[in-house]
Ligand binder design. Structure first.
Ligand SMILES: [Zn+2]
Ligand SMILES: [Zn+2]
Length: 170
């Protein structure tokens, strides 16, 4: 676990870095002062915490076998963020795997409790897919599509209004 002082130092460094980058992730509040739009989350045991200073780019469900194994369920629920906006504190183990799409991905999980946290596609280093169940507030997730629906199971019911792709996004 991080000490309180370490956490303060960590976020001070992070905020300064983010400000100097000027990447447009600040918004004006009603009082006119700038505040960060940061998404926060972490693993089940609390050893890993993350902050993402950006809004999600897109959201999807994925029913591929790799995601089934990763989540122990019928599909993953993923919010995609710009990878440069994510700061992680804690001991994350990464496992390199070839997904159903043939793409290689680094799957990140907490070394202590095993919570799956994210996947990083090697061919798209600017993006990171975060498993939305690890967000502190997953309620705002807006999936737009179902990927690898051809691998989905009849018991894994998803919103029928969502477009389904049999495989990967083209
Ligand atoms: Zn953990
Ligand atoms: Zn998948």
């Amino acid at each position: 676990m991080l000490t309180a002082a370490a956490v303060v130092l960590y976020f001070t460094i992070w905020l300064n870095t983010t400000h100097s980058r000027g990447d447009g992730c600040q918004v004006q509040s009603e009082t006119g002062e700038a505040r960060m739009t940061a998404v926060t989350g972490g693993c089940a045991c609390g050893a890993v915490r993350y902050e993402i200073a950006a809004e999600p780019i897109r959201g999807f469900y994925c029913q591929c076998r790799d995601c089934q194994r990763d989540t122990g369920s019928g599909h993953s629920s993923v919010a995609v963020f710009p990878s440069a906006a994510m700061r992680i504190a804690g001991d994350v183990a990464e496992h390199l795997r070839t997904a159903d799409s043939g793409a290689q991905k680094r799957k990140g999980f907490c070394r202590n409790c095993g919570s799956p946290l994210y996947n990083k596609p090697l061919n798209k280093p600017d993006l990171i897919g975060v498993y939305v169940g690890t967000l502190d507030d997953p309620s705002g997730f807006k999936p737009q599509i179902v990927m690898f629906a051809s691998r989905g199971h009849s018991w894994d019911h998803l919103d029928p209004a969502l477009p389904k792709l049999p495989n990967m996004r083209p």
